[in-house]
Design a protein around this ligand. Structure first.
Ligand code: 6PG
Length: 242
């Protein structure tokens, strides 16, 4: 069963996620771990990253001992403002001095989204178990997560870490995304959702029944107890208890 935490707005939500993130990293490092974290793109991720950077000085987190990955990336030039990695670097990683940063290949590094996905799969496999401590994801109004979109073949990918996308309905069309198999090899997953336009997708994702091909977020299933939804009041509007 997923835990659902509701906040009054996106500012409160970002603060709660940032606090939980910094505490989790601090505790993991205190017990000798180098946590592996998968980041995502989009506006709520950006707000969360900026809030983590703002609050970081209040925590004892060694940013050289966190291994950072992405759940998905836009397949564009390395210097493009659309890159999820570029956004995360500007909002957080360069601010705090993270050094173990594993970006997905850009269109400067690979000839196609699938080639970029294959290269990233090799990188993930080269780093041991491929298990994340934490995966953070956003969700679209259509229920997509990472770059796994409704009705797409990538939803059924098996035996793959990452796959290419060439026809994403959310621009840009070219993307690289981890598969459900890879995203679900994690101890914890946090869904970050803000805004009324997401209310229907949130309700469909959390409904007792439904099809992952209609609502990809339903495919997110970390081990029991590992799934937490951080939603603001507008995004929670269609949930039964609200
Ligand atoms: C991307 C994403 C995507 C995003 C959601 C939510 O590259 O666009 O990784 O899955 O997280 O679409 O984005 P917003 O927070 O901007 O709505």
């Amino acid at each position: 069963m997923a835990q659902v935490r509701v906040f009054s707005d996106s500012t409160e939500l970002a603060r709660a996620v940032a606090t939980a993130f910094l505490s989790r990293m601090q505790d993991a490092q205190a017990s000798g771990e180098v946590p592996h974290v998968a980041l995502t793109g989009g506006s709520i991720a950006s707000a969360v990253h900026r809030e983590i950077a703002r609050l970081a000085p209040h925590y004892r987190v060694d940013w050289e001992r966190i291994s950072l990955w992405w759940g998905d990336e836009r397949f564009v030039a390395r210097s493009s403002a659309e890159r999820n990695a570029g956004q995360a670097r500007a909002d957080l990683l360069d601010v705090v001095g993270a050094t173990q940063v594993h970006e997905m290949p850009s269109s400067d590094d690979a000839a196609s989204p699938q080639e970029a996905a294959d290269l990233y799969s090799q990188t993930v496999r080269a780093h041991g178990s491929g298990e994340f401590d934490l995966v953070m994801l956003g969700i679209g109004p259509d229920g997509h997560v990472a770059s796994l979109f409704p009705g797409s073949a990538q939803l059924d990918a098996t035996d793959a870490v990452a796959v290419g996308v060439t026809d994403s309905p959310k621009p840009p069309p070219g993307r690289v995304t981890l598969t459900f198999e890879a995203l679900n090899r994690t101890r914890a997953t946090w869904m970050l959702v803000s805004g009324a336009e997401k209310a229907q997708a949130v309700a469909a994702a959390l409904a007792p029944s439904g099809d992952v091909h209609d609502t990809p977020a339903r495919g997110i299933s970390p081990p029991e107890g590992g799934l937490t939804w951080f939603v603001d009041r507008s995004a929670a509007a269609n949930l039964p208890a609200h």
